[in-house]
Design a protein around this ligand. Structure first.
Ligand code: NAG
Ligand code: ZN
Length: 512
């Protein structure tokens, strides 16, 4: 068999994408240099390719942006601690993901406090996801009981299995860790090259306020927002940063909702500490007034941290995306059906509201990319910044080495958008019926959209074609992705505090 040169008009590729504008975190590549040839699930080359190949399929991107597939790195699907409540499992959640331009999700495997080993937990989540995922997927491990044997023996195994991040909670009685436990995990994670994700809210402040509100009979959904003030997030964020500074360990602060917390993060980054942060569309668009509402509807907007009060809060978060404070924009898709006694209405018993019993979280996996794109159209961020926080950074930070970039050798995960003012696209007001999740509402109902992914392509397969039948992919398409060690911003000082143990000799080479 002869070896064929790819530069040969008779060489057949699987898919050619022509005439688009390719976006990276720094650049725009315009036609005619922006053609993409895809073969065997990978990007073969990018350039002025017309006439150089034949192709099984050609898509004309018609001057629209061509971005890497979205990576949603904060997604709760089929999660064991929300059994009983009604939410999305892998099948409906990932179906919704691809319809909104997301090609990879990083979901959580959840350790209950009673689980003495996390290895069976990982197995269980593999079973929940395998053959039920429309898109590629990976796992983070939520640790609620980091015993010595888990930290010392099992975390290195997780890294070998491609799970290179853990998530810790500073709040929620069933989940929270004390500072000493957090420090111990950070030391281990640092030595293994894992990223530690932290949900930062001060649990005792919240418990105190909640007790007072209940004594006064203030138990409607709105009081959820009152019970978790910004200062509880600000304090815990600063405390998490201080712990990470002490250990010189890379962390990512999840779903930041307050301007002061964002400022703590920015200040830490200015000191070159390895601090990353994430925010989510709900904190860019929605205010706590949504927690009022007839017939318990406010419960639809209960999430933690809660939605904040003022436009100034929203503006600070947009600024934080634009100025690099936020590494990542994720959905924190944590969906619960509203109209079910096992869903949001767990917080309504015999006509009496109890906000503490409302499951926390919002659906948003499908709307994440289009909502961020609205920020591009509104002039809040550039399209390059869009790609950075929604596609490229989640891949780099979490070690998805073949994803997040449109370049030769990468997985051919691509989203094609409509050209702005394209006559093929009619701006519309969102209704929940348009979405593909298994939830009976969207917090973004009635919001206007001026663009939406026209095509979503995963490893070269068109899995979503908005004008040609919608969902084309199958629930068996998604693959588990083993992640490599993470790193956008790494520890800087390899001789940090001399008392930090060189964790059983295993200092990852990328720290040196
Ligand atoms: C960047 O954004 C953060 C978060 O909103 C803010 O605290 C900081 O002041 C901003 N920095 C600049 C230089 O605008
Ligand atoms: Zn979450």
């Amino acid at each position: 068999m002869s070896v064929q040169s790819p530069i040969n008009a008779s060489f057949e590729v699987d898919l050619l994408i022509l005439n688009g504008t390719i976006v990276s975190p720094s650049d725009l590549i315009h036609a005619p240099a922006s053609d993409i040839a895809i073969k065997d699930g990978k990007i073969l080359c990018v350039g002025a390719l017309q006439g150089l190949f034949t192709a099984k399929r050609v898509i004309d991107a018609k001057g629209g942006y061509v971005t890497p597939g979205g990576i949603d790195s904060h997604v709760h699907l089929s999660q064991q601690n929300s059994i009983g409540a009604v939410g999305d499992k892998f099948e409906s959640g990932t179906r919704s993901a691809i319809a909104g331009g997301t090609t990879t999700v990083i979901c959580f495997a959840f350790q209950a406090k009673t689980d003495e080993s996390v290895l069976p937990v990982v197995e269980e989540y593999h079973k929940k996801a395998a053959s039920f995922s429309y898109c590629d997927y990976a796992f983070h491990m939520i640790l609620t009981n980091p015993t010595r044997s888990i930290v010392e023996q099992e975390l290195p195994i997780l890294v070998e299995q491609g799970i290179t991040s853990v998530k810790l909670y500073m709040t929620y009685d069933a989940l929270k860790l004390g500072d000493r436990q957090i420090l111990d995990v950070m030391i281990a994670a640092r030595a293994l090259g894992m990223t530690t994700m932290v949900h930062a809210e001060n649990a005792d402040m919240i418990a105190l306020i909640t007790e007072q509100l209940y004594e006064q009979g203030k138990t409607d959904p709105y009081y959820h927002a009152i019970s978790r003030p910004k200062i509880s997030e600000d304090e815990a964020t600063y405390r998490a940063i201080s712990m990470a500074e002490l250990i010189d360990a890379p962390i990512l602060l999840v779903h930041i909702s307050s301007a002061v917390a964002a400022k703590h993060i920015k200040d830490a980054q200015t000191k070159l500490l390895p601090i990353h942060a994430e925010t989510c569309p709900q904190y860019l668009y929605l205010l706590s007034e949504k927690l009022h509402g007839e017939n318990f509807e406010g419960a639809k907007h209960v999430c933690s941290p809660p939605l904040r009060d003022s436009m100034a809060d929203l503006d600070a978060l947009w600024d934080g995306i634009a100025n690099g404070t936020f590494t990542i924009l994720s959905s924190d898709h944590a969906p619960f059906v509203f109209d079910s006694p096992m869903g949001k209405k767990l917080g309504l018993k015999d006509g009496v509201s109890r906000f503490t019993a409302i499951p926390n979280g919002l659906p948003g996996i499908e709307t994440r990319m289009p909502l961020l794109y609205k920020g591009v159209q509104a002039g809040r961020i550039s399209i390059q910044k869009f790609v950075e926080v929604a596609c490229a950074n989640p891949a780099r930070l979490y070690g998805l080495s073949n994803k997040g970039s449109i370049a030769p050798g990468y997985d051919a995960d691509v989203v094609i958008w409509y050209k702005d003012n394209d006559t093929d696209f009619k701006p519309f007001a969102l209704t929940n019926e348009m979405l593909h999740h298994n939830i009976d509402y969207t917090p973004f109902e009635d919001m206007e959209f001026g663009n939406w992914p026209k095509y979503t392509i995963i490893r070269g397969n068109v899995v979503w074609a908005r004008d040609e039948g919608g969902i084309l992919g199958k629930k068996t398409d998604g693959k588990f992705i083993r992640r490599v060690k993470a790193g956008l911003r790494q520890p800087r000082n390899k001789f940090v505090n001399e008392w930090i143990p060189q964790y059983r000799g295993r200092v990852p080479s990328n720290y040196e």
